[in-house]
Design a protein around this ligand. Structure first.
Ligand code: SF4
Length: 772
């Protein structure tokens, strides 16, 4: 696994991704489909189509190569700011998803008399399937009101099923796993500290930074193409790197310092860094005076939190803690602590993220070269439609705690008055109990678009119980995932290479708009998400909101608001606009970027104080694992996205299974070696496995680690089924972050039960031959 720094820096983003596989990955072997018929190029029989990738949320611009009505290859194109001519392995592997023979092929309706979860279906026409869904929704509306329908959405099509259709239908109960199961703490903390969200891509000024501190941030394993390219270039320029992680991650292997912190103690470390910056007067005084409020209160708050105090908590040396704080100050403002993406850990996550932002603020790096740039969305007009109806006054029933909901309501109006964007999105996991109990009101229907209910929301048994209570459960997806085969009606979506979608509006230093367009016709009887949403909308009587004949007319109208058109955008793919990345750009126009109540960076948050939350970050000790158990940590593979890509034979050939990482001395104590199979069992007795052990010194002794996304139990997904273990299946509980609504998921403890059999699975090569 050792990769020389020099070699690493030479690699392209794609090959870096492939090289950064976890040790449980297989060797890389990619075919070159274009080698098949080079003469076709000369005959002009290969055409290219520009689009943007769907294999994760990053939205890299792609060029698809089409011949004989088939996509043979996708690649990046240079003019796109996200791909810059390169894709990661998942982007390259997208073709195998389109031609996966296990795809959902036509609408399915659950056989009458069969139970949810039994998996008995009959084929139906689109008209019949959509009519059943519309009748079910209208019946729910009549009996309980429109708020009784919930929508869960993930992926670029969530603009239809997580925004547009729910708004036209009038329900506040929209859940997005990308919020409360991922980013809500970092976004909420940023909103109430800087008055701006973080968004994607994260606005880190990689090009100009000289010192990077990653905290639980797995660059290289979470392969976000441009970020990985920028990170590699920063290291190549000589930027110094500190990685704080209980695991010696791939990023840690490139670092100048690795701080193997005790899990759950990051806030103590951040408070100690604040202490050093303040007590040694190493913060940027000019910046703090000009741009922040609450410094004096912060200074007295952090006075007791010395590196010696933090050392006893974090299991790190006080000298190392102090040294990093001094080095940060020495490189400021070209020093940065980028926020990770998956920030739902222990339930006090908004406070941890606030602490991280406060360190950045004292370095004077926000809106300054080498720190964070100020991202802005591009401008483009909407397709004209009537105002959306107001959702019923009862409000959403999946908010954070009552206190947080109150805070949000209290401050939301204030924030809106000041032009603040505040994502008031329901916490997806908090909707599940409402489906079971009917409190505060009945949620009787669910449309799940691209959201893997069993591989994202903790407490799978509770989710299954909730699905059994629904009057209507509709799944819109590409593959017969575990949760899809519980739905009453299954609507098969075309893959991204076969469809248009709404325009991608990407915030950045220079914001831009991307077009998704089909490279080929949809296979079988699958349909694009926009078509499904519109047809459903028309059957629901929402005609006024779908007043466009087809998606081309819709996109053309939107593009004309910026002087473009669909015809112009098709060969262009990406439309780049101008931005105001630095504070100096805003000052020159007499504008204030800090949309907080005070109009400044809020080191002390009066909003939090008013709502009963700590106005300055406080460290809360994590719950300790019981004797004989380990804390379950999880992360990413560079060739997989969530639980979406484990049926893709190209990607599975590179990484076809997960293993459980265990500290080598612990493995010796338990009599286990690499390659032995074990069961994982949580405190509630839920068992997952069998899974192979990876005994390593790259992990602390108080935790185990698995790559997320494996462990599908979906017989019709013949490649994914039965390979590896699911981390989410072991999460029988989570700890709610009362401020952001995030579900803290680092609170699972597992035992390793030896003696599990080696699973007998079909060889991947055999399954790959079945590609259509
Ligand atoms: Fe696609 Fe990879 Fe870019 Fe994600 S990072 S959009 S998977 S190419």
């Amino acid at each position: 696994m050792k990769l020389e720094r020099r070699e690493f820096l030479k690699l392209s983003a794609a090959s870096v991704g492939a090289m950064m596989l976890a040790p449980d990955a297989a060797a890389v072997k990619l075919p070159n489909p274009l080698a098949r018929a080079p003469e076709a190029w000369y005959r002009g029989q290969v055409s290219t189509v520009l689009s943007y990738c769907e294999n994760c949320f990053w939205k890299c611009g792609v060029r698809a190569y089409v011949s004989d009505g088939r996509v043979w290859k996708v690649d990046g194109y240079a003019e796109n700011p996200l791909s810059r001519g390169r894709l990661c392995p998942r982007g390259q592997g997208a073709v195998a998803q389109t031609y996966d023979p296990d795809r959902l092929k036509r609408p399915l309706v659950r056989v009458e008399g069969s139970a949810r979860g039994e998996g008995k279906y009959r084929e139906a026409s689109w008209d019949e399937a959509l009519s059943i869904v519309a009748a079910g929704m209208l019946s729910i509306k009549e009996r309980y009101g429109s708020e009784s329908m919930a929508f869960f959405a993930h992926g670029s099509g969530d603009s239809w099923f997580g925004d547009y259709l729910p708004a036209a239908w009038a329900t506040p109960n929209v859940g997005k796993p990308s919020v409360s199961l991922c980013t809500s703490p970092r976004e909420t903390a940023s909103q109430w500290t800087f008055g701006r969200g973080i968004g994607s891509p994260e606005p880190v000024d990689w090009e100009n930074t000289d010192y990077i501190v990653l905290i639980g941030h797995h660059i290289g394993e979470d392969t976000h193409n441009t970020q990985l390219q920028n990170f590699s270039q920063a290291l190549k320029r000589g930027a110094r790197l500190v990685v704080v992680d209980p695991r010696f991650s791939v990023a840690a292997s490139k670092a100048d310092r690795w701080l193997p912190i005790k899990p759950g103690t990051d806030t103590a470390l951040l408070l100690a860094w604040l202490n050093v910056l303040v007590s040694e007067e190493r913060y940027d005084k000019r910046y703090v005076d000009a741009n922040t409020v609450g410094f004096e209160r912060l200074a007295s708050h952090v006075a007791p939190f010395t590196p010696e105090w933090a050392a006893g908590i974090t299991d790190l040396a006080a000298a190392d803690i102090r040294a990093v704080a001094r080095e940060l100050a020495g490189h400021a403002p070209r020093a940065v602590l980028p926020p990770g993406r998956h920030t739902v850990w222990y339930g006090n996550d908004t406070q941890r993220m606030r602490a991280l932002y406060l360190v950045n603020a004292l370095l004077g790096n926000y809106g300054v070269p080498g720190g964070f740039y100020l991202a802005q969305p591009p401008y483009i007009g909407e397709y004209p439609h009537p105002d959306f109806p107001l959702a019923p006054a009862s409000g959403g029933c999946g908010g954070a705690s009552a206190a947080a909901e109150q805070t949000i309501d209290l401050n939301y109006r204030q924030a809106v008055d000041q032009g603040v964007f505040f994502a008031k999105t329901t916490a997806i996991q908090e909707l599940i109990p409402a489906m079971i109990s009917g409190e505060p009101y009945r949620v009787a229907g669910l449309v799940a678009y691209g959201t893997n209910l069993f591989h994202s929301i903790p407490d799978v048994a509770r989710t299954k119980q909730a699905l059994q209570k629904l009057d209507l459960y509709v799944a819109i997806d590409v593959l017969p995932m575990d949760h899809v085969m519980w739905a009453d009606v299954i609507l098969p979506e075309a893959t991204y290479l076969e469809r248009y979608d709404d325009l991608a509006e990407v915030s950045g230093k220079t914001p831009f708009i991307e077009l998704r367009q089909p490279a080929v016709e949809p296979l079988w009887d699958t349909k694009p998400g926009w078509w499904i949403a519109r047809e459903l909308g028309l059957r629901l009587g929402l005609d006024a909101y779908f007043d466009w004949p087809d998606i081309e007319a819709y996109l053309d109208t939107r593009l004309r608001t910026i002087g473009s058109s669909l015809a112009k955008a098709k060969p262009q793919g990406t439309i780049v606009q101008g931005g105001r990345p630095y504070l100096t750009d805003w000052e020159a126009r007499h504008l204030n970027p800090f949309a907080t109540p005070s109009g400044k960076i809020e080191l002390y948050s009066q909003t939090f104080a008013d709502a009963g939350f700590a106005p300055l970050p406080v460290y809360e000790p994590p719950e300790e694992p019981p004797a004989g158990s380990y804390r379950l940590l999880y992360g990413r593979s560079p060739v997989h996205s969530f639980a979406k890509t484990q049926n893709n034979w190209l990607l599975m050939e590179m990484h076809g299974n997960n293993a459980v990482w265990l500290n080598r001395s612990e493995a010796r104590r338990l009599g286990l070696s690499t390659g032995d199979y074990v069961w994982l069992e949580n405190e509630q007795g839920v068992r997952e496995g069998p899974v192979a052990v990876f005994a390593t010194e790259r992990l602390r002794a108080d935790c185990v680690y698995v790559v997320h996304g494996f462990g599908h139990r979906a017989p019709d997904m013949r490649i994914a089924n039965g390979r590896g273990v699911s981390d989410v299946a072991l999460m029988s509980r989570y700890r709610l972050d009362p401020i952001s609504g995030g579900a803290g998921m680092h609170v699972t403890f597992v035992k390793l039960i030896p003696g599990a059999p080696r699973p007998r699975l079909p060889r991947l090569e055999k399954l790959a031959e079945r590609s259509v």
